[in-house]
Design a protein. Structure first.
Lengths: 405, 405
């Protein structure tokens, strides 16, 4: 059960983006599983891909195509990751691009393919391609909600976020959708996110905006520490709002960046709130670190600790496990006598000793809440980091043990 | 249920080592929970401690004492880790050393304390100390089995290994015991190992022997990636066999080292075979790596992957998860088209493609065995690494979620 998360009721269309979805029965028999995004001419798109060295065929092809030209189409399917299939997988990904390109008179390189689902099973390209003509006929601006549903795999709710803002008198919209429920989902399937705005943004600035936003959002979440062969996140700027980022006032620029970052963080946190087998939504804040590297390393080591995660599942205020995880992070110079820890607002450790007012009962009360924040103050400097994660429940094991049975 | 592991039936005494155990009811009410090792005069002892920066009081005190002099006594308790207790914990650890030293006329620094169990609860030093006089009276050479049982926490079987060998006409014995069932056990409790031989060995050589043996054994196992604040492993050489390592022939030296390494590996693998919630004993071999760092990094990334571990629990030959884990290891230069993978003797991937003869049925058959070996050949060089781990089962979650309830 997702924690305080429901599917979006509406998502705003973005001028210059048209969308169609279709049911190709790649894996799911009763729902749409393919999405086609059409991006208007001159739209700029930046993409962040997984760093996994064994990335899937669509990631390889998308990277290559993006080097050649700006994309006009994003072709996404759920149910099959087209991963682990060697030369055949690459050929299938390219065929899907070429077939689409042929239908809509663009070049093969102007199509970026994205796949998520089971690996090691050949992609049914023919199935995928048979509805391309009708999808091209049915493209519409208002299909973001359908798209959010069609890219789901084991997500229990669809994920999207949208906002319209007034920037120096111009209406600018930004909308994004994401899927994901574990950093690597069943069989390498994974998180995907597609975000678009009708603001005009130059490609280099767009790439920087995307990188910064991802650093503060998708790069700060983890369910199980496993990253995927298929992760990708796109940011498209269509320029159809009649205003360009460069022309904005300083204040409007800042507002846009803030909304963009909020959107990314919201999508990233949605993935955690819908994390596999989640019963607790856990925020980890590491503060007073020497530098950001130290703060992040410690936050992630805590977030990945199976013992911290099982304690959270049990509502057990087992703060020793949090300290033990922090202590094994690959950083130097920690000092236990400078360390403080709180769970939500409850002080647990103050400068290396159990806080005077702390009791196990108080600790249990905080740990039994749906949403838990661990705040670790290292007393060493001024850097901080935030990471969001899930607990480790019976259902996590069940979902991942039984996915293919 | 431990996988192919039962408690040892007998362990050989080591000349120069006397042992006593007692029931001090620190946590367990119906069994011995304190062990006293007396090491003969001139015995040399080397110790490897946890690298966790938030190490427990006994680790801090043992390290300090070892800097001052060679130990005459090892004082071990289970049930309380004496960790996370700040200044009080240090004082308690020192008090236990001083009290013992007072009873047996050695210096406080000649006692090394070791603790394993619940953290954050004050060590009942008075309880621990009350039976010291009778323990000193009851010291005997043949109590290794009792010691192996007294240091257990949630281990389901006790762990020991012992061998007598003929080295250039001299009878030399080596015996060791260990406890542990997760790299970090409930509440920071953890693995401890105590090994002794009656061979004479100089302290520097002894330290190197220990470091090498640990590198190939305890540093190659993981249950959950969590290391502990209390981990320690000792190696004592009493010199009572009437022969010194330096005097041995080249062949006898090699034999001793081999037996020593076998003992360490056996104890380490025992910990995995008794790993928390284990249903599958998993060996991971990474071969043909550029260097050992690469091989180890990949092997551990696979071993820590919750998705690989849940797949093993489900007997699911989900090789995509193994590849995905390898691909996210923090190493550079992997090439998917050079990669081969086998599960036990079954070839799954050959040079980046699914092996021609591979079927899911064959894969399932191998994965359903109690003992599974993943062998990953990278095709990049000649280095290799072995790591041993467990699957991730409902019982792992249960044990760690319910430990304190």
């Amino acid at each position: 059960m997702a924690i305080s998360l429901t599917s979006p009721i509406s998502l705003l269309p973005v001028k210059g983006i048209r969308i169609a979805t279709a049911a190709d029965e790649i894996r799911y028999q009763t729902r749409d599983d393919v999405v086609l995004f059409e991006l208007c001419k001159n739209a700029q798109t930046a993409v962040v891909f997984t760093k996994n060295q064994f990335c899937a065929a669509p990631v390889i092809v998308s990277r290559q195509n993006l080097n050649v030209s700006q994309p006009r189409y994003l072709l996404v399917n759920s149910g099959n990751a087209n991963a682990g299939l060697g030369v055949q997988g690459l050929a299938d990904a390219k065929t899907s691009c070429a077939t689409l390109a042929n239908e809509c008179e663009c070049s093969e390189e102007e199509v970026l393919p994205f796949s998520t689902g089971v690996i090691g099973t050949r992609m049914p390209v023919d199935k995928m391609m048979r509805k391309i003509p009708s999808m091209l006929e049915n493209l519409q601006e208002s299909a973001w909600l359908n798209a959010a549903e069609a890219i789901m795999t084991t997500d229990t709710v669809s994920k999207g976020w949208s906002k319209q803002m007034d920037l120096d008198g111009h209406q600018v919209t930004i909308t994004g959708i994401a899927k994901g429920s574990g950093m690597i989902r069943p069989d390498m399937a994974t998180m995907l996110a597609f975000v678009a705005t009708d603001l005009g943004v130059d490609s280099i600035i767009l790439k920087n905006m995307l990188t910064d936003a991802v650093d503060q959002s998708f790069h700060c979440i983890t369910v199980d520490g496993d990253t995927s062969t298929n992760d990708a996140c796109t940011l498209t700027a269509t320029g159809q709002a009649g205003i360009h980022f460069d022309e904005l006032s300083k204040q409007a620029k800042a507002e846009f960046i803030e909304v963009l970052n909020t959107l990314f963080l919201s999508l990233a946190q949605s993935i955690i709130r819908d994390g596999e087998g989640i019963t607790k939504y856990i925020s980890i804040k590491v503060d007073q670190a020497k530098d950001e590297f130290m703060a992040r390393a410690i936050a992630f080591t805590i977030a990945h600790s199976p013992l911290v995660k099982t304690a959270a599942f049990a509502s057990d205020p087992n703060w020793g496990r949090i300290l033990a995880a922090a202590g094994r992070a690959e950083v130097q110079g920690l000092e236990v006598n400078k360390l403080s820890l709180s769970i939500n607002k409850l002080q647990v450790i103050a400068e290396g000793e159990v806080a005077i007012d702390y009791t196990e009962d108080k600790g249990s009360r905080e740990m039994s809440k749906d949403e838990i924040e661990f705040c670790l103050q290292l007393g060493l400097g001024e850097s901080s980091a935030n990471v969001w994660t899930t607990d480790l429940s019976y259902d996590y094991v069940k979902i991942n043990a039984e996915y293919r049975t």
